[in-house]
Design a protein. Structure first.
Length: 300
């Protein structure tokens, strides 16, 4: 069941990416879009805690009082979401998936092999290395395009590095939120605190960049696109918070990325959510299959 939920989280992320991009366009600022995604997500988690009759004040007291470094999970998540919103129209839907994906894969495996941030440590095996190679080949076949939409090679390099780091931030966020969940003993509570911390961080960013206008919050709160993007993002964060302590970073990210690859292919094939319609090629299908095989091998 956990495996299916992990794949489902990836499908949600594949759908969320174009919604995030469209939301940023609605607000005329990708940073404001990320800020509003976190405001709405915070509201949703607060409502969830109230409906389930959780002790909100107790959760906040435990989390903020004893969360220490794990409170940064919300900041890392906010940086990841905002990065994807900014990079999606720059790199295009394909490259905006491939490079964060590589960052997630490598960071997840490193955390598993080193046991960093409370991840379940596993030994490095030859078969896992073979799995990594298959993952890379699968991602390459599924997502590679001949060129990026800019002629500045230095800009390309920095955009790629940014996207790789963003992917690593996503993995680290899940581990931090998992540790915070163990402290507050409530996955929804940990996700609520993470979104609250992310909202505070992004509030500082939008003020510093002068991206916040008097109509930003009303427009964001009344946007259907914004609520869909926020709900998908909140669900993804909650699932990562639950699965990473149970399955480990590498497997959780691997399962999620299977969903991302399949979901992204479907979104392009059908031209959904404003994404340019593209047919799924044999190369992409082979890439997805190799990717799935790679995920299996890295966990054997």
């Amino acid at each position: 069941m956990f495996y299916l939920i992990g794949i489902l989280s990836g499908l949600m992320l594949a759908v969320q990416n174009p919604f995030n991009s469209n939301f940023g366009k609605e607000l005329s600022s990708p940073i404001a879009g990320g800020f509003m995604v976190y405001i709405i997500g915070t509201i949703e988690f607060l409502l969830l805690l109230l409906v389930t009759r959780a002790n909100v004040s107790g959760i906040l007291s435990l989390g903020i009082g004893h969360g220490n470094i794990w409170l940064l999970g919300g900041v890392l998540g906010a940086a990841f979401i905002t990065s994807i919103i900014i990079l999606f129209p720059i790199l295009g839907p394909i490259n905006a998936v491939i490079y964060p994906t590589l960052g997630q894969i490598f960071s997840g495996l490193i955390y598993d092999w080193t046991g960093a941030f409370g991840s379940h440590q596993v030994p490095v095996k030859v078969i896992a290395i073979i799995g990594v190679v298959l993952l890379l080949v699968g991602v390459f076949l599924t997502s590679y395009e001949k060129s990026l939409p800019t002629n500045d090679p230095k800009a390309n390099i920095w955009q790629i590095i940014w996207a790789l780091i963003a992917g690593a931030l996503s993995t680290t966020q899940g581990l931090f939120n998992g540790q915070l969940s163990a402290i507050v003993k409530n996955a929804s509570g940990a996700s609520f605190i993470a979104f609250l911390m992310g909202t505070i961080f992004l509030l500082i960013v939008v003020i510093a960049t002068k991206s916040l206008h008097k109509d930003t919050i009303p427009a964001g709160l009344t946007s259907f696109t914004g609520w869909v993007a926020s709900t998908l993002g909140a669900a993804y964060v909650l699932i990562m918070t639950i699965l990473m302590p149970a399955l480990g970073a590498g497997l959780t990210i691997g399962l999620s990325l299977v969903g991302v690859m399949v979901g992204s292919a479907l979104v392009e094939q059908l031209g959904l959510f404003g994404v340019v319609k593209k047919s799924v090629t044999v190369r992409k299908i082979i890439g997805i299959l190799l990717f799935i095989c790679g995920v299996v091998l890295t966990k054997m």
